[in-house]
Design a protein around this ligand. Structure first.
Ligand code: NAP
Length: 316
């Protein structure tokens, strides 16, 4: 196993992690940034980014992620991609007068660091209903950008009523014949602009106050049994695919033993992005933030890097 030493380890190279790296570089910090997949994070799977200020040409998530990586390259930041941190321990490893507090065990290396920025994001929540586990990858998907084209000309369902569900339903409506949008309430959570577009879209049919009771099929998904919450009635709709967008689950398992989290495992951090551990900062979607936007993750990253710098100055 290789042994690496640094002052700051940034785990995750989504928009938040990359912004933290840019700010850390400008502050002259000694740091390493690792990413378990390719740099970019969840936005890679997003069709259009319309609300990132200054980008008037509505880049895809992939294009925006590329721009952020290019910015890192320009700053000579080497993102260690496909490097997964499996375990983090407090180490108290003395070296040349410095105290390395953490030992993060990754692919084939240990990384010792004095501070951590956790930017590991979140993964899609699941509905946990009958048939779901059986049909994931066989009709049930969490990524319309990745899988939507497989269902060209067919009828599909989207579950959820937030920005993601509505945005992805709109995206799918360009490919498929019909999108059922299944939402558990009679009012969407998504922002007004998306709501208006969805309501004006002739291919989207809303199934209000409805929940999925069961995914049904033989080899692959063929239909969904839906229950109306108001009158308890059920109906079966034939669909070739179902896209679930019912919230997120934090990627915080590796760090939960060292910091406070909320009930779902989102890491609790203050306005400086500091967690309950003075040398661990959490940013972006893994934090218990009320807003999970690219711009809020990027802002978190900048704030965390500046406070890490301040923390090191105070530590001497
Ligand atoms: P979200 O806002 O948490 O919405 C999740 C949706 O799933 C809600 O409508 C919720 O219903 C529903 N839901 C949750 N659990 C469910 C269950 N067990 N069964 C059925 N429905 C369930 O998640 P999101 O839409 O992914 O958005 C996450 C964050 O990213 C938000 O801050 C959002 O603004 C942001 N985002 C922004 C953009 C953008 O600005 N362009 C795009 C995508 C996401 P209820 O409404 O009844 O709770």
């Amino acid at each position: 196993m290789k042994e690496l030493k640094t002052d700051l380890l940034i785990i995750g190279a989504g928009p938040g992690g990359m912004a933290a790296a840019l700010y850390a570089k400008r502050s002259g910090l000694d740091f390493i940034i690792v990413e378990k997949n390719m740099a970019g994070g969840q936005i890679i799977n997003t069709d259009l980014i319309e609300n990132y200020p200054g980008f008037l040409d509505n880049p895809s998530g992939f294009e925006l992620a590329q721009k952020l990586s290019e910015h890192c390259k320009k700053f000579e930041i080497d993102i260690m991609e496909y490097f997964s941190i499996d375990k983090i321990e407090e180490a108290d490893h003395k070296d040349g007068g410095k105290t390395y507090k953490f030992k993060s065990t990754g692919s084939d290396s240990y990384i010792y660091s004095r501070a951590l920025i956790i930017a590991t994001g979140a993964k899609p929540d699941r509905l946990d209903v009958k048939g779901e586990a059986e049909f994931i990858g066989k009709g049930i998907s969490f990524c319309a950008t990745c899988d939507g084209a497989l269902y060209r000309g067919k009828e599909v369902a989207v579950v959820g009523g937030g920005d993601t569900a509505v945005e992805e339903a709109l995206f799918l409506s360009n490919l498929v014949d019909k999108v059922y949008l299944i939402h558990r309430r009679d009012e969407l959570r998504a922002c007004d602009m998306l709501q208006c577009r969805a309501r004006d879209n002739g291919k989207i049919e809303f199934l209000w106050s409805s929940v999925v009771e069961e995914f049904v099929g033989d080899e692959k998904l063929e239909s969904i049994i839906i229950k109306n919450k108001n009158d308890g009635s059920t109906r079966k709709i034939a669909v070739a695919a179902a896209f679930e967008y019912v919230g997120w689950e934090p990627n915080s398992d590796m760090i939960k033993h060292l910091v406070d989290t909320d009930q779902k495992g989102f890491i609790i951090a203050d306005m400086t992005m500091k967690t309950s551990h003075e040398a661990i900062f959490a940013i972006g979607d893994v934090r218990n933030t009320p807003f999970r936007q690219v711009i809020t993750a990027v802002a978190d990253g900048a704030v965390a890097a500046m406070y890490v710098d301040k923390y090191f100055l105070e530590q001497g």
